[in-house]
Design a protein around this ligand. Sequence first.
Ligand SMILES: NC(=O)c1ccc[n+]([C@@H]2O[C@H](COP(=O)([O-])OP(=O)(O)OC[C@H]3O[C@@H](n4cnc5c(N)ncnc54)[C@H](O)[C@@H]3O)[C@@H](O)[C@H]2O)c1
Length: 332
Amino acid sequence: MPQFRQVLVTGGAGYVGSNLVPKLLSGGYAVTVLDLYLYGREVFPGFHGHRNLREIQGDIRDIGLVQRALEGAEAVIHLACISNDPSFELDPALGKSINFDAFRPLLVAAKKAGVRRFINASSSSVYGVKKEADVTEELSFEPITDYGKYKAASEGVLAEERAPGFVTASVRPASIMGYAPRQRLDLTVNIFTAQAVALGKLTVHGGAQERPNLHIDDMSDLYLLLLEAPAEKIDGQAFNVNAGNETVLGIARRVAAALGRDIPIEVTDTKDLRSYRTSGEKLRRVLGFAPRKTIEDAARELAQAMAQGLVPDALTNERYYNVRRMKSVNLV
Ligand SMILES: NC(=O)c1ccc[n+]([C@@H]2O[C@H](COP(=O)([O-])OP(=O)(O)OC[C@H]3O[C@@H](n4cnc5c(N)ncnc54)[C@H](O)[C@@H]3O)[C@@H](O)[C@H]2O)c1
């Protein structure tokens, strides 16, 4: 029996949520999803209408709606977000209003509603570009984008709102990879896989930049673990999570090899200096959590899903690309 039965997942209809929410339901949780459904309604195949699933389409900036979504909630997993560097930069004021300004009111409302555990999705981007070989949780925040800056600032707000009986933790995930019903194809491993399958070749911009990676199944397993972990192990803590660090060119080579074909890799110049690397050691030490899946697993599974027609129009449908969708929905 889970220690918290009712869980609110903000942004639960996104990429991570579309993998996590079915797992929570299968694990016996009752789940409320509060999401704008920016990427479509069909994100929980086989689970829409589930007796333990309440779906609320709306904005986390609408505090009345947030309060309604929180009714009965014992735990919150907070994923709602303008969730990558480039889509944030399209409209920085919009990004700030969702990723930062809405955060404290959500925390205050959660405490008032009797929520006892709050798990916050932060990001590896809080660290910026580090010289240290081991980027551990103690290192300072030096974000180089507004997305990273507001993830970092939100962790500060979370620390301020932490209170006895209101257990808080942040996760700083790597770039996530793999198939999910709400697919993202704007993340490194997924981009390369889609290119390999759809075009038969890969284009790498730069290549020396590093990216930590994490399979989406491991991501959602960690959220479940954080719901059940003893409070004293996680309260007030932040955890990096990754299945390893790899250069972008290294990722391209591994994806090409995993797909088992002779796929040419073209390397071009880039102005994108973002290079991230993290250590997942604390998570192993404190919670005994080690990701199980690899870049190769993610590439093969996504390629298989594409072959089965589960990711139609991979290169052209804006649903898979956050920036393209944010441009066309004109959210204010
Ligand atoms: N995917 C990654 O590689 C990655 C890496 C590190 C951290 N994260 C974090 O994990 C979380 C989930 O990421 P994801 O990849 O699933 O992103 P996503 O963009 O697929 O999902 C975010 C969801 O939030 C919803 N949303 C956006 N603004 C909203 C608002 N104002 N009110 C209600 N809902 C809103 C969107 O409709 C979407 O369904 C995010 O916080 C992200 O920053 C993701």
